[in-house]
Design a protein around this ligand. Structure first.
Ligand code: ADP
Length: 368
């Protein structure tokens, strides 16, 4: 059991590479927190500092309120799971899982109990006598996980553990890891650049970019209320549409875009008061743009002329790539919605669900 806390942590490599800065974050006991962001944003650095493999340049990391600066990695009681799960090829699954416990001089009985229990938990109980080469990628990954679990660490650190697996196996292992977290209730910090993995796994996500944590929250909080444009753009697929707009006071406050003027949505009324004349960016998720608005959304929709460029029928849904006033816009509709490439349609943008960001800073305007 452990709570992990970062206070003003910064990491500078070689005196000039600022890999992480202003890291203030608390990972609660038993929580699964996902650190997500593009490659090079500093995720692994943050994780490696928890492990003690890198030392923070400044700031403090605490486990259960105690500063861990002088604690070497082996005394931190953490387990790290990487994408390259180096199993010993000449050892059976059992021996691979037992290895760390033998080193720590656990009794034979204790080792057996822990290995068998863990193997059952991971669904590899029938594979204990096999060698790694006789296992599939997913099974090997489970053994690697099992090897960490048997030690009963207080914190699990995962560094992109699934990136070597094929798409189907990734989805399966993702669910396994989530189940594992619910079963063994140990603090887990999970690093990935994959936003779907992040959304589906995390109790909370911390979205990072350029060494900074931009926002921390539950997957839905971040998806529905991105604090900055980067978070809005990073989470969700197809990605959020962005439309440049000026805030101009004609017939009330209007958002003037290259192709139409929208009335300012009700929930932004208070916020726009001190933004008159400001350049903004409208964010509209593909599912909030309709070819045919559902009954409940009709009143809040604003219609514009659009041309269908391409459609992507996925069965359960269909993605429309539209051209609206010269701009490419993506809409997502239920799978049975009809529309032919080249066709003219009215596209409806749901004003009640728009996001507004200051263009210069990318910061979201507050909404009620
Ligand atoms: P991520 O895990 O998000 O891909 P990293 O934490 O690995 O990002 O890297 C963050 C930044 O720090 C990158 O610019 C990377 O090149 C740099 N970096 C990482 N490790 C080292 C190192 N050992 N020495 C120098 N620079 C490093």
């Amino acid at each position: 059991m452990a709570q992990v806390k970062f206070i003003n942590v910064e990491k500078v490599y070689d005196g000039n590479v600022l890999a992480a800065t202003d890291i203030n974050l608390t990972i609660e006991d038993r929580e699964l927190l996902v650190l997500v962001g593009p490659s090079g944003c500093g995720k692994s650095t943050v994780l490696r500092m928890v492990a003690g493999l890198e030392e923070a340049t400044s700031g403090e990391i605490l486990f259960d309120g105690k500063i861990v600066k002088d604690l070497p990695p082996k005394d931190r009681n953490i387990a790290m799971v990487f994408q390259n799960y180096a199993l010993y090829p000449h050892m059976s699954v059992y021996d691979n899982m037992a290895f760390g416990l033998k080193l720590r001089k656990y009794s034979k009985d204790e080792i057996k109990t822990r290995v068998v229990e863990t193997a059952e938990l991971l669904g590899i109980g029938h594979l204990l006598k096999r060698k790694p080469k006789a296992l599939s990628g997913g099974q090997r990954q489970r053994v690697a996980l099992g090897r960490s679990i048997v030690r009963k660490p207080s914190v699990f650190l995962f560094d992109e553990p699934l990136s070597n697996l094929d798409a189907k196996m990734r989805v399966q292992m993702r669910i396994e890891i989530r189940k594992l977290n619910l079963d063994i209730k140990t603090t887990m910090i999970y690093v990935t650049h994959d936003q779907v993995e992040a959304m589906t796994l995390g109790d909370r996500l911390a979205v990072m970019n350029e060494g900074r944590i931009l926002q921390v929250g539950t997957p839905l909080e971040l998806y529905n209320r991105p604090a900055v444009r980067f978070v809005g753009a990073f989470l969700g697929s197809p990605a959020m549409n962005f439309i440049e707009a000026e805030l101009s006071p004609e017939n009330g406050e209007m958002l003037k875009t290259g192709f139409t003027s929208f009335p300012v949505p009700e929930r932004f009324m208070a916020a726009v008061n001190d933004h008159t004349g400001t350049s903004l960016t409208i964010g509209a998720r593909p599912e909030d743009i309709y070819i045919a608005p559902p009954e409940g959304a009709k009143n809040s929709c604003h219609g514009v002329n659009a041309v269908i460029e391409v459609t992507e029928p996925l069965g359960n849904e269909i993605i429309f790539h539209l051209k609206i006033g010269g701009q490419s816009i993506v809409a997502r509709e239920p799978g049975d919605r009809k529309g032919e490439p080249g066709g003219n349609v009215e596209a409806y943008i749901d004003l009640a669900r728009l996001h507004l960001f200051e263009r210069e800073t990318g910061i979201a305007l507050p909404s009620s």
